[in-house]
Design a protein around this ligand. Structure first.
Ligand code: UD1
Ligand code: CA
Length: 452
């Protein structure tokens, strides 16, 4: 990898009208995180300073950029006059980092990884002034074509709209990602004109303009999947599919068992240890960690949760943010957990809501137990001690504490703290009438017969 400093210029000023969405295009998400964040993370991992070019008044884009890359500088491109003009909007950064390599990234091309960026910069080590990341898509229509001379040297990039019929036959295309190692990128780009079909200042013309100035251009090829450009919702979904497929492969390579990988969905930060088994149809939202030996059963929806070693979750479980499951915890079907810590070996196997609080090690939460955590204004905590046994269909009205080892009788509505080791029972006593049922049946069948 190159030891020279690097400035990444991330272009994010596009309107993205084809997304048909009020949300700026680059804030649409892949694997639970914005496209912009994916690109900024790749740039950060590749190592370098970051400048982002955004449209005027796009506070949300700037805020997201600074959230992910706090050291980045955000520049405004006042008018959208093309990709070269966009890079020049970051001119103060280009000047500040003169002498650095400059890599231009598109925020709507979110699957470029740090490895590909390192390869691209590697071409600059070989003496090239400009390195272009090229690829061969199934259908090159719409992309800029890479024009090579007889020796295979890159001489120019021709935009689709400006290409001749012969040039349109070329299938080697421009991904948009470009790296520069020239004395003055700003002065090179300012020599680009706009005499073309769109009347825009094309960054792609840097190849021909640079050549005149003696800067050699070269192509580095990558997979089409690495440089998927997102203009529509359908392309967004296609990029999501590529991301998911890569994440599954990586997880399995690291020792995760997936019975039906195509039905498992992960987020950008999902962490799954080796020896975890994931059954079909599981969704991991952001912020999930699963430790070794855990089993996630089918149709579970999990976000913001940590799942301890050997735990069993599902089928049909819902873990929400702040669910912290210790080792060997069991969370069964139709159990929802939010902001609750469960100690080692605790169990809630059926039909429960556990919201805000804690469950001690080895405690058993019976079917249908509800932590009544909300009174319409405030949330309060339910604390169940170690080894406590909460009978089925109990309502624990927070704030409330169940002492360790205590029993709660089924169907109780518990509003007061329960001492350790006690039995708390809150229901009327049972009334039994011997022989009543038989008498009732005889009386009713006589009445029916009389009606006929
Ligand atoms: C661009 C390339 C094309 C390449 C294709 C790959 C140019 C001239 N063409 O075409 O060779 O094959 O990407 O997907 O570079 N942007 C701004 N300000 C502008 C214009 C664009 O910030 O004034 C940003 C957009 O937000 C986007 C990126 O630059 O992130 C690319 O712009 P777009 O208009 O999508 O270029 P393409 O026509 O796709
Ligand atoms: Ca594009």
């Amino acid at each position: 990898m190159s030891s020279r400093p690097c400035l990444f210029v991330v272009l994010a000023a596009g309107k993205g009208t084809r997304m048909k969405s009020a949300l700026p295009k680059v804030l649409h998400k892949i694997a639970g995180q914005s496209m912009l964040a994916h690109v900024l993370q790749a740039a950060s991992q590749a190592g370098g300073q970051i400048a982002i070019v955004a449209a005027p008044e796009s506070e949300a884009v700037a805020a997201e950029a600074l959230r992910v890359a706090p050291g980045a500088k955000v520049f405004e491109q006042v008018q959208q006059r093309g990709t070269a003009d966009a890079v020049l909007a970051a001119k103060p950064a280009l000047e500040e980092h003169s002498g650095s390599d400059v890599v231009v990234l598109f925020a709507d091309t979110p699957l470029v990884g740090p490895d590909v960026l390192a390869r691209l910069r590697g071409a600059l080590d070989g003496g090239a002034g400009i390195a272009v990341l090229g690829f061969r898509p199934e259908d090159p229509t719409g992309y800029g074509r890479l024009l090579l001379d007889g020796d295979g040297v890159l001489t120019a990039i021709r935009e689709d709209k400006d290409a001749s019929t012969a040039e349109k036959q070329i299938d080697l295309c421009n991904s948009g990602v470009m790296a520069f190692r020239v004395p003055d990128v700003a002065s090179l780009l300012s020599r680009i004109g706009n005499a073309n079909a769109k009347g825009e200042f094309y960054l792609t013309d840097a190849v021909a303009v640079g050549r005149e100035a003696g800067a050699k251009a070269t192509v580095v090829q990558c997979d089409a999947d690495d440089v998927l450009g997102i203009n529509t919702q359908e392309q967004l979904a296609a990029a999501e599919a590529v991301w998911q497929s890569r994440a599954r492969s990586l997880a399995m390579a690291n020792g995760v068992t997936m019975i039906a990988p195509d039905t498992v969905w992960m987020s950008f930060d999902t962490k799954i240890a080796a020896e975890v088994t994931i059954e079909p149809n599981v969704f991991f939202g952001p912020g999930v960690t699963v430790e070794s030996g855990a089993r996630i059963m089918g149709f579970s929806h999990i976000e913001g949760a940590t799942i301890g070693a050997g735990a069993r979750v599902g089928p049909f479980a819902r873990l929400r943010p702040g669910a912290r499951l210790g080792a060997n915890v069991h969370i069964g079907n139709y159990v929802e957990v939010k902001n609750v810590t469960l100690g080692e070996g605790a169990k809630a196997n059926h039909l429960s809501y556990l919201g805000d609080g804690s469950v001690g090690a080895g405690a058993n939460i019976g079917a249908g137990t509800i932590f009544c955590n909300y009174d319409g204004f405030n949330k309060a905590k339910t604390e169940v001690g170690e080894g406590a046994f909460v009978g089925s269909n109990s309502s624990l009205v927070a704030p409330v504490k169940i002492g360790s080892g205590a029993y709660i009788g089924s169907g109780s509505v518990i509003t007061k703290d329960v001492s350790p080791g006690a039995l708390a029972l809150e229901r009327s006593s049972q009334d039994e009438r011997p022989g009543w049922a038989d008498k009732f049946r005889i009386m009713m069948s006589r009445r029916k017969a009389a009606e006929k």
